[in-house]
Design a protein around this ligand. Structure first.
Ligand code: ATP
Ligand code: SF4
Ligand code: MG
Length: 381
């Protein structure tokens, strides 16, 4: 795999405007988020207490709401210019729903998503169209996300129908050929159909379509999960090269902790619709303080037999609770080996834990746990 991209976060002045715009679940959480991010420059995206509750209804003719699936239940994070924020978590924890909310493909139940300071959850019409141009998506499955009846040229050039200002009609074919070249495909393939390409090549086509409108942010929802391991590395390398070339900011959603570590500058760990822990890749992988992150990392296979003998494998008991009926207090408490009475009564905030707040150590990062502490984890990720 290619070398890890440099940390591109600007060493700019403290993030003053974030103080004005961040509206997190509580004042304390907002202040903690701002303090944790001072010195990184202006965020390009600020996600504040974002929620998506899907209504659960009963009855066929007279539908009445009997509850709600809390797919995303108060998620806050920032994305900085040129960085990659990885998002990991078990199936069903709300990763794709977060992606769809950021793309405005779903309407938020509550919360805000600021793009360069503008709340996109409240936009409509031309203003929303203009923002959408700058936030694009690459989907998981390159086999179903490309229309089999359209040529590659039409697929990649389709966004120009909505945004003709980016490529006027006469320039489109040239622009599509350039995009094919940028993603490492032969521009002569412009008239071929998706079935004439391998999985890796199809994902390159998906990436070219994502790049067509010169976006600033690309949301990648499991972009390599459907590909062979050898092809995964090629596509990741391509994404890293494009990020450097076009100064893109990525949100990279995946199950594979090793891939997320490889590509991400920072990583957020989600559990049952909430962010459990967020920090730099080193903070999360080497110094996790949330029991859920520790359990996830302890499950990564370790190839080195000596390291394997010294590791403690944390086996979580019980199933993930239903997002329609999450536990009170800390949503992880039904599976947490450290749970105490306080965990059922008080919802832990995503903030730098009290015990680390004054210390300049890697454990001093945001973790939503009343009893956050470091634990030796030998992981291969
Ligand atoms: N349109 C919908 N209506 C009702 N419930 C939904 C809808 N979309 C998602 N959900 C529920 O919301 C929760 C989160 O789903 P989501 O697809 O965001 O999870 P995910 O983390 O992306 O999972 P995976 O890793 O399997 O892709 C799940 O319980 C899912 O069943
Ligand atoms: S708050 Fe309590 S239940 Fe939740 S992760 Fe921390 S110790 Fe476990
Ligand atoms: Mg998903």
């Amino acid at each position: 795999m290619a070398e890890k991209p440099e940390q591109k976060k600007a060493d700019a002045a403290p993030n003053v405007s974030a103080v004005e715009t961040v509206k997190a679940a509580s004042e304390e959480e907002a202040v903690a988020a701002i303090e944790a991010n001072v010195g990184r420059g202006e965020p390009i995206l600020q996600v504040c207490n974002l929620k998506k509750h899907f209504p659960l209804t009963q009855g066929i003719v007279f539908k009445r709401q009997i509850g709600a699936v809390k797919a995303v239940d108060g998620v806050s994070f920032d994305l900085y210019q040129g960085e990659t924020l990885g998002i990991v978590g078990e199936s069903g924890c709300g990763k794709s729903t977060v992606a769809k909310l950021l793309m405005t493909l779903e309407t938020a139940t509550a919360g805000e998503v600021f793009y360069k300071g503008q709340d996109i959850t409240k936009l409509s019409g031309r203003a929303l169209k203009a923002v959408r141009r700058n936030i694009q998506m690459v989907f998981q499955d390159p086999y179903t996300s490309l229309n089999p009846r359209m040529t590659v040229g039409d697929i990649i050039g389709e966004p120009f129908d909505i945004h003709p200002e980016v490529a006027p009609k006469g320039d489109r074919r040239k622009r599509v050929r350039d995009l094919l070249d940028v993603v490492g495909l032969n521009p002569e393939y412009i008239s071929r159909y998706p079935h004439q390409f391998s999985g890796g090549q199809r994902q390159r086509i998906g990436i070219a379509r994502g790049l067509a409108l010169n976006p600033e942010v690309i949301i990648c929802d499991e972009p390599v999960s459907a590909l062979d391991v050898s092809v995964q590395a090629q596509v990741i390398n391509l994404m890293e090269r494009l990020q450097d070339e076009f100064n893109l900011s990525y949100i990279f959603i995946a199950h594979d902790l090793s891939i997320v570590r490889h590509i991400s500058d920072r990583v957020g760990v989600m559990y049952l619709g909430k962010m459990a822990e967020i920090g730099t890749d080193e903070q999360i992988y080497e110094h996790p303080t949330h029991p859920y992150t520790q359990a996830l990392l302890s499950a990564v296979p370790v190839p080195d037999p000596e390291a394997r003998d010294h590791r403690e494998r944390i086996i979580l008991t019980g199933d993930v609770p239903s997002p329609a009926n999450p536990p009170s207090g800390c949503s992880f408490r039904t599976r947490c080996w450290k749970a105490q009475d306080k965990c059922a009564q008080e919802t832990p905030l995503l903030a730098v834990p009290e015990i680390f707040r004054t210390k300049d150590i890697p454990a001093a990062h945001e973790s939503a746990c009343h009893f956050a502490e470091e634990k030796d984890i030998v992981n291969a990720a």
